[in-house]
Design a protein around this ligand. Sequence first.
Ligand SMILES: [Zn+2]
Length: 298
Amino acid sequence: LVRSPELEQTVLAAMARTLPRDRYPICFLHLQLCPSQIDWNRHPAKAEIYLQSLSYWQEQVTQVIEKALRIGAANFSEASQSQRVGKLLKVSEEKGGYSLSRSLQATEGNERKTPDIGLIELQAVAQVHKMYILAEHPTGMWLVEQHIAHERVLYEQLCDRWQLIPLEPPAILNHLSPTQIEQLQRLDLEVESFGEQLWAVRNAPALLQQREDCADALLELSLGGDLQGAQVATACRSAIRNGTPLSLPQMQTLLDQWKVTRNPRTCPHGRPIYLSLEESALSRFFRRHWVIGKSHGI
Ligand SMILES: [Zn+2]
């Protein structure tokens, strides 16, 4: 067993904002490379290596993980892979309690070919408890939690375009500590003294500008975290709340936006966004293979 700390960092970076805090991915990487590409002169016990063409491999690994995190043709049906992965996980983390997939597992020999997600119509059919979107697709149905699905959409939009716009009038905050002021400035917010224990913030992230709770949101941002943390907080605050009634067209729009995100499986805090109920698993649950009249005695 050897380590390449750089590749480990690459894996972690590629999985950033898809996992819960303090949780780490298990990743099986199979690299095929010429022995001359490995430099063993790194560690006295030869436990760590230098890889030649490191940036090439880092890019390959990043791309592969990115692909694996999307909902695509290759990984849409996880059932076929999960048995093998399940065995490997059992060996490596006996008590890990990893959930292999968020789908109700399809059973052996019962897997169906699933079409590419691009062709799949994920159709909103109902809202349940003002919290879940029930979405139908050709080989089953999904329960999508509306708040975090929207949070994922907004978060990726914010990562692509973090835009600060002027606040007119400015938001007034009181009793800011010097650390809080510094934090706001680090996020490129314009803060100036506005009198006794008062500060005016003259710009804000675009999503927050129109909100009634804009000042609260800015206060939250002043409490710490890097830019990414600010983007997560802003996405969370701006996303549709659970408990909000949605019309079918609204749900459909959300599903269409969400399914093409880069990491549709988890929210930026690492929570799963959807529960998949595949027809093959449902069919087994409802014992649809029973031959009525024989096994049932009817
Ligand atoms: Zn949230």
